[in-house]
Design a protein around this ligand. Structure first.
Ligand code: PLP
Ligand SMILES: N[C@@H](CCOP(=O)(O)O)C(=O)O
Length: 465
């Protein structure tokens, strides 16, 4: 499989090179040159397979030419052997038509582990012979940070710098990052939003001085390998609910558009996805884009769902690329204009096509709390606020009654104990696997929301060795 950039002018790469590159050199995002296809028979054959075997069948075409099926299987076994549930991503039924897909049974209790545990293995495999020292620079609104740090802490040939918006992640999320004291881990709290942090990361990739001093890679969902691993659980869930003989709808709490884009890829590969519901909090750029074509970024409003406090959704570019007929030059033009104006209008024909599969809803704090209580009272589940945004959207939108609706439960409720307690009266206990999180020493650097200051810090830390 070859990978091409959404902006059309970066070199075409194989899976290994695309994974190590993270972001394309023209500022675009890598996508497979073609979407692999799974026939109804291929999908039917997934019935009864465990998570690892499902992962191998779904991901093999994406790694073709770089990893054999057996190599991929070994990496998946190592990655998913660290999950606390045998099913890796179990389905839980809430009522006659609503289901939760629990994606938080990995080491850091959020869906990010599903991809980042595998990405850690891939980095190790690709750098195994030594030679290259990789500098990973990432931005997090809370969950990617700890999952990425967990996946690479202590690994040789890798250094990670993780930027988070100071004061805008939960105390559990912050401590999951800042109490990892491995020498290759650098946490940076910036004065700004996740969007500011993400913009700095992307700018670094385009900075000639930084590129000559560092071999950069990415752990955010701008890295294709992140999304590839997330496609698997759409197949795993849908097959358990009757695919390919039955359509399934998914509701996805959305921020950077990575998780729901993985669902889009599953649909493009042949999975019978009736609808993908893009559920946003009040930072609703994606809801506005999909409902009215208005893709304009306002400022970020802090909410009880901090991981989704995002206004510039990187992976939306990957959808636009497909909607524009894979015209890289057109996307480069659109994205340049967006960078300049922080706003764009989605052309009507592209919007109509997107709406054939995507619906959207904006869920405010009250609706989120109501969904938390509904899950508690009707479904017997204490869920996290992000998952509640997805559930609220799933219940608000009309989907044919015979189609099961799966809400992606993206984080464990214990990561957001205060918000869950406010809505439900229940304070979720921290799972034992987090250990003595609140007794451990924290270490992080505080920096202004200034690109030059962040770049100087990264370059000086790398130079110190
Ligand atoms: C708990 C949680 N839910 C939902 C999201 C949104 O996912 P995405 O950014 O892939 O849209 C995130 C962060 O990305 C998250 O951490
Ligand atoms: N919600 C994320 C934000 C970064 O998204 P990513 O999926 O692109 O890494 C977080 O928790 O950090």
């Amino acid at each position: 499989m070859q990978y091409i950039s959404t902006r059309g002018s970066a070199p075409t790469l194989d899976f290994r090179a695309a994974t190590l590159a993270g972001l394309a050199s023209d500022g675009g995002l890598y996508v497979p040159a073609v979407w692999p296809q799974m026939s109804a028979a291929d999908i039917r054959a997934l019935a009864g397979l465990d998570y690892v075997e499902t992962a191998v069948r779904v991901m093999t075409p994406f790694v073709a030419g770089v990893l054999s099926e057996d190599e991929l299987r070994a990496l998946c076994q190592a990655a998913y052997g660290r999950f606390s549930h045998d099913a890796v991503t179990p389905l839980v039924q809430l009522d006659h038509r609503h289901w939760l897909l629990e994606l938080f049974h990995g080491p850091t209790l959020a869906f990010k582990d599903v991809a980042l545990q595998l990405l850690g293995q891939l980095f190790e495999k690709f750098l195994g012979g030594g030679g290259t020292d990789l500098t990973i620079v990432g931005a997090t609104s809370g969950d990617t940070g700890s999952a990425a740090i967990e996946a690479v802490a202590g690994r040789e040939h890798i250094r990670i710098f993780m930027l988070h918006p100071e004061g805008r992640v939960s105390d559990v999320q912050r401590r999951q990052m800042t109490t990892v004291l491995a020498p290759n881990v650098h946490n940076i709290a910036i004065d700004g939003s996740f969007d500011d942090a993400q913009a700095m990361v992307k700018r670094l990739f385009g900075d000639a001085e930084a590129r000559s001093a560092l071999t950069l890679s990415a752990v955010n969902s701008i890295n294709w390998a992140r999304l590839m691993a997330q496609i698997v659980y759409y197949f795993y869930a849908a097959v358990r609910l009757g695919a390919p003989g039955r359509q399934v709808a998914f509701s996805v709490p959305t921020g950077n558009f990575g998780d729901v884009f993985a669902g889009y890829v599953a649909a493009r590969m042949g999975l019978p996805v009736a609808r993908l519901i893009v559920a946003t909090n009040v930072n609703d750029i994606l809801h506005r884009a999909l409902s009215s074509g208005d893709y304009s970024a306002g400022s970020v409003t802090p909410t009880a769902t901090p991981s989704m406090d995002i206004q510039v959704s990187s992976n939306f570019e990957r959808l636009l690329f497909d909607l524009a007929g894979r015209d890289g030059a057109a996307i480069a033009g659109m994205m340049d204009a967006f960078d300049r104006d922080r706003a764009m209008s989605i052309p009507a024909d592209m919007l109509t096509e997107a709406r054939g599969l995507f619906s959207s809803a904006r869920i405010d704090g009250d609706a989120m709390s109501l969904a938390l209580r509904w899950a508690q009272e009707k479904g017997g589940q204490i869920i996290d606020p992000h998952s509640a945004v997805g559930l609220a959207a799933a219940r608000a939108l009309e989907i044919d009654a015979d189609i099961p609706v799966v809400t992606l439960a993206t984080a464990h409720p214990a990561k957001f104990r205060d918000a869950v307690e406010r809505a439900t009266g229940v304070r979720p206990a921290l799972p034992a696997r987090l250990g003595n999180l609140f007794d451990r020493e924290e270490r992080y650097e505080r920096l202004p929301g200034d690109y030059d200051a962040v770049k100087a810090y990264i370059l000086s830390e790398v130079a110190r060795g």
